[in-house]
Every structure is written in C-alpha cells, then in structure tokens.
Design a protein around this ligand. Sequence first.
Ligand code: HEC
Length: 112
Amino acid sequence: MSPSWIFALLLLLPSLVDAAEPRRKSGEHASLPLNGREVYVRSCAMCHSTGAGGAPRLGSGEDWAERAKKGPAELMVSVLRGKGGMPPKGGNASLTRVEAYLALDYMLNVEK
Ligand code: HEC
C-alpha cells in the first residue's frame, strides 16, 4: 500500500464510522429516542402497562386480539388522533410520527 492510500483511509475512516451511527440532530432533539421500546416507556407505558382507563395492556394477547384485526394502519390513526381515553399521541404532542409508529410497532410485536 502506498503512503497516499493510508492517508486516504485515515481521512475516510471517521466518516464511515459516523455513517454507521444513527443520525442524531443537535439541539432540542439531541436525545431523540429512536427505539420503539424507549418511546413506549416514556409516552405509553403509564396507561398501557396497567390498562388504566381501559387501555389494552402491553403483552396481553387477550386485550389486543380484536384491535389487532384492524391492522397497523388503522391503529396508527387511533394513536395520532387519539381514541376514547387516549389523547392524540398518548398526550405527548412532541412525538414525531415515526416515534409514535415505533412505539406502536413495539406494542404490537412484543412477546405475548
Ligand atoms: C393517557 C393514557 C394513554 C396513553 C399515555 C396512551 N394510551 Fe393508547 N390507549 C389508551 C386507552 C384508554 C385506549 C383504549 C381506547 C378505546 O378503545 O376507547 C388506548 C388504545 C390504544 C390503541 C388501540 C387503538 C384502537 O384503535 O383500538 C393503540 C394502538 C394505542 N393505544 C397505542 C398507544 C401508543 C403507541 C401510545 C404512546 C405513544 C399510547 N397508546 C399512549 C390510553 C393511553
């Protein structure tokens, strides 16, 4: 390997490592959770772990059986608009659609 090759590699390496990391914006979204479980814990668990107000409980096949038949798209509409005792986005207006979807996906796919 010629010296210029090594130099080019050294220059490239940090950007390759950087590209492998999930993008995180600076500023107000610095701690943006990009993981469905994290979003769930922060914004959904207070109702969905206990079933407060009739919320379908996490991991309860019985609670989810009928609702799951609607399919994720319709359930997502409920999450974004709110339903019954659930305010829009579970009351966390700062959630992005992607975060809300990740939480829904986590809830639907968690071990039953
Ligand atoms: C303040 C309590 C509360 C929070 C916080 C909350 N939910 Fe709910 N959720 C409910 C209740 C109550 C229902 C049952 C609503 C009904 O069917 O009348 C419900 C229902 C749902 C349903 C089923 C909707 C349907 O169409 O059957 C989904 C999916 C759901 N929640 C996802 C979420 C997600 C994702 C979050 C977090 C981003 C969240 N919820 C946060 C109370 C809450």
